[in-house]
Ligand binder design. Sequence first.
Ligand code: FNR
Length: 225
Amino acid sequence: MTVSNGRFTDSERQGVYRAIFERRDVRSQFLPDPVSPDVLTRLLEAAHHAPSVGFMQPWDFIVIESRDVRETVLAMFEQENQKAAERFEGERKEHYRSLKLQGIMESPLNLCITCDRSRGGPHVLGRNSIVETDLFSTCLAVQNLWLAARAEGIGVGWVSILDQEQLSTALNLPEHVYPLAYLCLGYVSEFLDQPELEAQGWRSRLPLSDLVHGDKWGQPFSSGL
Ligand SMILES: Cc1cc2c(cc1C)N(C[C@H](O)[C@H](O)[C@H](O)COP(=O)(O)O)c1[nH]c(=O)[nH]c(=O)c1N2
């Protein structure tokens, strides 16, 4: 079917929404099956086509297959996770400790998406007032990859319970490169139909209607939701 004006067909549109709604953060369901170079290239191309401030494209992709590096990162996670648990009290602390919050060794591939804060020189179009826009751009690359991975049947888990300086050292990052996202990737036995944290009673999805304001904070949106 030919569609004019660059519009998506119904099924293409459904595919996009399906990827959005069925994307999950994966920690426990990884299979050991390798991700082929072709598929990995498609995921990285998707990430590389994210929008970026001034077309800065500040990202780099560190593809980690070695068990040694992953073991180092897992040890760093364990240390930080211990500290994180101490921030909660009583039952909440026990609940936190019961959560699985990474799949570093079980996933066949780890990927660090970094942000080169110096790319494009000192004056990047659109980044004069809000310097963090390079970081925001890199987050969009992560999301592109996350959605493309879902469409490929590949799960992604973001691990942020890591000390950034330790991670930078482990990955030999230059000073001006920030380790924005440490991701675990691989085919999965299943995609859960709701966030794992929700399924485990940690936190629920907020009603969208509570989050939409009209004109100013706290004012009702006239069309309602
Ligand atoms: C920036 C950032 C950082 C993290 C996460 C996400 C994002 C966006 N998430 C995943 C997060 O818990 C998850 O997205 C929510 O629970 C919602 O679930 P779904 O992603 O919809 O499955 C996450 N999960 C986890 O188990 N360990 C972690 O360290 C992190 N860190």
